[in-house]
Design a protein around this ligand. Structure first.
Ligand code: F6P
Length: 358
């Protein structure tokens, strides 16, 4: 009988997940193993078990697809997180059910592809004696334990593409257009996307801004003859004397969003310019992965199988100094990597006359 391992994708989807699935499936097949893909995140581990065999045929031609062919969710019975010291735990009976399903399916180890919350669940499963290996995933690129996550480059590409399109219409109408982008508490997508797409102003959570300074930057551009401006604002950005704008509470977590309209309104009031807002939303998460994300996803999937083969359970794949390595999941969870306000990227942006509204 073939050795069997399981894999699941958990949390928000992102481009590159299918490259991980394909990479893991092919690397496992080379070892003579069989891979079961559990559907809809950890929920597929609930009795009677919801899985498909991820073989060569099933993973053929999936690398160019966004999303995940086995589905995902950021809700359900396994939601667990460490936030500000409050650890939400998965109920013991739920873990027991998962253990039974894995045992009955003869799964010897489980590869968990997910973000910070999913890694916290992985840690709990590992502590309960289920062999786990983590693969980090988030378009936000905000995990301290890895220099890069797949999905980020595709999200940045979507922002750049949007800015390329918005430049022409903003110029034609001499408008200021505010583009709201994702990233939660980190400004990486806004910073990289804004830099690549030639934004004039970038507002990020790590550098609280001042509406008067934003307006002054736009007025200065007008005075110099640049009558249109593109402002990229991260969903988590906030004015110096204000708060992040939260939409609603879902499953114990706030959804961010709405700052774009506020910024556009304040610019209009202060400058008299015609302004528009464009919220990119989930366009940043969908669609085909970029070259970089396909390669990184494949490397992460292959590495995860290697880690299982070498018995490195409780560890997470990590990208450091251009190499794919691994770190203990326990050291990886609940450690956010934010944009250093005085770092090289921010300075580079300032040197090409991008204002941070500060
Ligand atoms: O963490 C990834 C992310 O896309 C964030 O940038 C964003 O705030 C959030 O997920 C949106 O989540 P949902 O798909 O649940 O609306």
């Amino acid at each position: 009988m073939k050795t069997r391992i399981g894999i699941l994708t958990s949390g928000g989807d992102c481009p590159g997940l299918n490259a991980v699935l394909r990479g893991a499936s092919l690397a496992a097949e080379k070892l003579g193993w069989e891979v079961l893909g559990f559907r809809d995140g950890f929920e597929g581990l609930l009795p009677p078990g919801d899985w498909i065999v991820l073989d060569r045929k099933c993973t053929e031609n999936i690398m160019a697809l966004g999303g995940t062919i086995i589905g995902t969710t950021n809700r359900g019975h396994f939601v667990s997180k460490v936030a500000g010291g409050d650890r939400t735990v998965v109920a013991e009976e739920v873990i027991e059910m998962a253990r039974t399903v894995l045992k009955d399916a003869r799964v010897e180890a489980l590869i968990i592809v997910g973000g910070d919350g999913s890694m916290t669940t992985a840690l709990q499963l590992q502590e309960a004696g289920i062999n786990c290996v983590g693969v980090p995933k988030t378009i936000d690129n905000d995990l301290e334990a890895t220099a890069m996550t797949f999905g980020f480059d595709s999200a940045v590409y979507a922002v750049m593409d949007a800015l390329d399109r918005l430049h022409t219409t903003a110029t034609s109408h001499k408008r200021a257009i505010v583009v709201e982008v994702m990233g939660r508490h980190a400004g990486w997508i806004a910073l990289h996307g804004g830099l690549a797409g030639g934004a004039d102003i970038i507002l990020i959570p790590e550098i609280p801004f001042d509406f008067d300074k934003v307006a002054a930057a736009i007025r200065a551009r007008d005075a110099a003859g640049n009558l249109s401006s593109l402002v990229v604002v991260a969903e988590g950005a906030r004015p110096r004397d204000g708060q992040q704008i939260k939409r609603d509470m879902e499953h114990g977590e706030f959804r961010l969003g709405g700052i774009g309209d506020v910024v556009a309104h304040e610019i209009a009031v202060r400058t008299g310019k015609e302004t528009r807002t464009c919220v990119l939303g989930h366009l940043q998460r969908g669609g085909p992965p970029t070259t970089l994300d396909r390669i990184l996803g494949t490397r992460f999937g292959v590495k995860a199988v290697q880690l299982v083969n070498e018995g490195h359970f409780g560890s997470m794949v990590s990208y450091q100094s251009y190499k794919v390595r691994h770190v203990p999941i326990a050291d990886a969870v609940n450690r956010l990597r934010l944009v250093p306000p005085n770092g090289e990227m921010v300075q580079t942006a300032r040197d090409v006359e991008i204002s941070f509204g500060d």
